[in-house]
Design a protein around this ligand. Sequence first.
Ligand code: ADP
Length: 321
Amino acid sequence: MKNRIALQISLIYFFTGSLWILFSDQFILSRAGSGNSITVLQTYKGWFFIGITAILLFLLIRKEIITKSEIEQNLIKAKLKAEVSDRLKSAFLSNMSHEVRTPLNSIIGFSELLTDADFDEDQKKKFTQQIIRNGNNLLSIISDILDISKLESGEIKIRKIKINAQKFISNMMEQFLLQTDRNKHKLIVTFPKNSENVFVFADVDRLMQVFNNLVANAIKFTPNGSIEIGYQPKGQMVEFYVKDTGIGISDEYRNKIFEHFMQVEADSTRKYGGNGLGLAISKNLIEQMGGEIWVESTFGEGSTFYFTLPEFKGKKIQYLG
Ligand code: ADP
């Protein structure tokens, strides 16, 4: 293709040049009064020819250089991107094997203790509970890891439908109430006035997953206090929030907690449970549904997680809850 274009340009140049030589001579002869003026006109003709050819050459070479440097820059960018993703992949893999090995070691350790005759039934019951707890932890780590890798490779399909915000939250409340300890937590729901007909355009299952993550965290990081859930239409979007009066997050960690495996305290897993993937998954899901997620928090006082989703105003299949 490139050769054909080059050949076509050269042929056009050749024929135009031939026509120029043929007709310019006749034109000079018709204008020239004497031999001397023919020489002068021929010199101008020569300059004109060199000038045009030089301009053409300049344009061609410049185009070639620009294209080459663009290709070079794109290659450098692609190389840097590949290096960064390679480093991220290695970090992700080493984190992942650590996260999986921890509960697996506990399961093996406690299973070995179960076979030891030195322990009585009560102690063995505790070991069994530990095995179940670590087994569940392992299961949630593996499904979170699968989710995050599918999300990042674009394999997760988001099926957006029209969802009634109020009905959706009301339905989830029963589940949230089961997770809270009534003696320690107060669960509050705040619906704005005249908001019965506020709809969002999102994937029901994925929205449930995000709410579950945020509310489970709010409960987990609020040893004693209240958790408030609500929403507010804002422009073209609906802003949801999950507010707690828990331990809060310091400035240093506020934005980092949305990264993979990021937990504020190094021993957070032991103290509060979890694997540091919930918020990374939630961020990815919310962004894929066309929204944003962020947190406002004061260390020691509590945190409010906000996320937005596009408001739906047309007609589509409706989630009735
Ligand atoms: P995890 O499974 O550890 O909860 P997440 O990705 O959901 O993983 O959260 C990452 C970290 O962000 C948590 O380990 C915790 O340090 C911090 N965090 C999340 N939610 C809250 C909250 N409501 N209050 C205080 N810290 C929080």
